[in-house]
Design a protein around this ligand. Sequence first.
Ligand code: ATP
Ligand code: MG
Length: 788
Amino acid sequence: AVEMSNALLDGLNPQQREAVLYRGQALLIVAGAGSGKTSVLTRRIAGLLETREAYPSQILAITFTNKAAAEMRERVRALVGNVAEGMWISTFHSACVRILRREAEQFGYSRNFTIYDSGDSRALLKRIIKDREADVLGFTVSSTANKISKLKNELADVESYARTVNHGDPSDSMFLEIFRDYSRALSSANAFDFDDLIAQTVYLFRAFPHIAAMYQKRFRHILVDEYQDTNHAQYALIRELTKEPAERDPGLISAVDGASLTVVGDSDQSIYAFRGADIRNIVEFERDFTGAKVILLEQNYRSTQNILTAANSVIANNFDRKDKKLWTSVGDGDKIVGYTGYSGHDEAQFVADEIQTLHEKGMAYKDIAVFYRTNSQTRALEEIFIRSALPYRIVGGTKFYERAEIKDVMAYLIAVANPADTLAVRRILNTPKRGIGPATETQLANFAEKNQMSFRDSLRFAGELGLGPKVTRAISELSNLLDEASVLAEPPAEGDAASDGVPEVLGLLISRSGYLDALRRSQDPQDEARAENVEELLSVTKEYQRNNPTGTLIDFLTEVSLVAAADELDDSSGTVSLMTLHTAKGLEYDAVFLTGIEEDLLPHRMSAGEPGGPAEERRLFYVGITRARKRLFLSLAMTRAQYGDVSVAMPSRYLQEIPGELIDWKQSPGMATSRGGTQPRALNARRDGYGGAYSVPGNRGGSSYGSQGGAQNGAQKPKTEWSNRVTGQMRDNGDLVLAAGDRIRHTDFGDGKVLGVTGEGAKRIAEVQFESAGRKRLLIKVAPLEKL
Ligand code: ATP
Ligand code: MG
């Protein structure tokens, strides 16, 4: 038996201890969320190092994200000190890049190869499809890219695919040609795409046993976290690495065994089937690795019993799974809190208020997380958080107004509002791609300089630059579009009816430029999300114009830049983490907010038609619930602004799967009672004449508000006071001087006393004790407050 220090085994339960100490060839740890899988993996590594059974360089640990890798390295370092340095703790992709960089020359690549991201791959595919005139056969970039990716994840290359393809089928043989062109183009460009990184490493090992043997001898211990989400290529890579080295070192007396392999996973948390992850990898582990030891962990150390019961009840609805019941010894804990907002903003306000309350009771911001299904849900959250001066950060994603597609579209608006802003005009010059290359851009810039005009104005003279007819036309069209939009953007004359200016301008720009269409046509899940974000921005402008019938484009841009400028708001006590449910895997927080628990979001509407889709979405919900240590909040909205429209949202089917007595509804679905106050917040605050003026063009989805002039079916109007007060007037309290002791009045929170002011300039924050609303932190510049 191995001798290990107490520090490494301290506090482990018998199964965990067994898992840390086991020394066979193959070990599978299957267990539910929060049962210590990752902890056990980490301690195994630390144990191998501490007992000197392994050098750091002999260990290869695979995690699912770079963040998880960094965390594991940190934990090992905490346990055994700096020897952790030489270890490979990384994702599959980065481990493979390392191997390929070293070995690329052995098979015709040079070590400075490029890695094509999905954008690069798509650009390449687009060209190939065009060259082959495959578009007439119905080939799209997305479907082709997805198919190639899938093949590569299954380790099918051009040759093996060619053997299976039906050559009589024109579509099949066309795809084969495209696949072949694509592979050739990649290799002549000395490039790998993302899927290649893994597949090529497997091919490398299979084609060159002496190279494989090097790594097989080197890595004596291979450990894989989140094993349930490995796909076939990744699985094959592990198989290759754990084989007995084929070429034995003549100097060695005895044969070298294959590396020991430890994998940990939970099939209930498999959420990447859409990327080819294969639960069978877990199920078939015992068959593939004969004599493998299987250890089950059943005690959960993360969550309270209430949270666990909720998680167990939800996941029990997936059939075709092994029933495993997690238990905990920490007690029931608080009830889960539920809330139904009138709108996404109302929901966000609830989240922000609850976070402030938790914070006042002593919970650090860094121990709180907010999860959502799609990135477009962050806008409402971010806006409310900024107004409430809540420090937050988006994990694994860019903030809404920092996203490339939002910046692109904003650049269009800026180019209209302020044509002197050359940066904005240049940004949109060839976005979407309209064939205007860098050389042309330079020509335009030179022309502008020579004739002392703005870059924008030089577009009007495209005809005089001796450019090709296509490019000339593209430039003129852009110039005309900007002119047309600027007429639309002019504020209505005095006495005229309120205009729909901003949404109309934006609508014109994103449709006529072809920007939105390009994203929609692409069908790439990423571009789909980008299109959603652009439509989300359209929702923003509609909402803005409803509240500011006379607000101009420049007013709107000012408003947005205020929101964006406050982005960097931070605080020494840490930040609240915002992330998608997918990103949340493996993490844990004291308090977790699961937002948007609605049909069409969770399960996502995209999953409806896919086999196993709803079951996978349920696992995603399960992953979300099981991130929470002490407090869990479930929220949804009755109406949601999405895809450019406001539509009625229905509570998610998964909500009913949680025993009712576990949830304390502060405001339950369908009920119009207010939390705390005497009147529903939304009604309380909403006074303007939105009902008649607002119409919803191009409504998709079920029922919708507004087109008949107002709320329907007795449901609440989909408005919150938030947008009213924020966008209702271009508020700027930038000059307002506040000091401790001053009394103020806030639109929503009522009267209160300033406790102190911190920060400078636009980022001054007042800490205010309100008479009835408690203590709040407010961003002075934008908060709807006045000094009494
Ligand atoms: P997930 O499935 O979500 O990835 P997991 O099985 O990897 O979860 P860990 O993250 O390793 O679980 O552990 C969950 C929490 O329980 C961590 O905070 C960890 O420190 C703690 N923990 C694990 N084992 C023990 C133990 N024996 N005693 C006390 N705390 C423990
Ligand atoms: Mg884990």
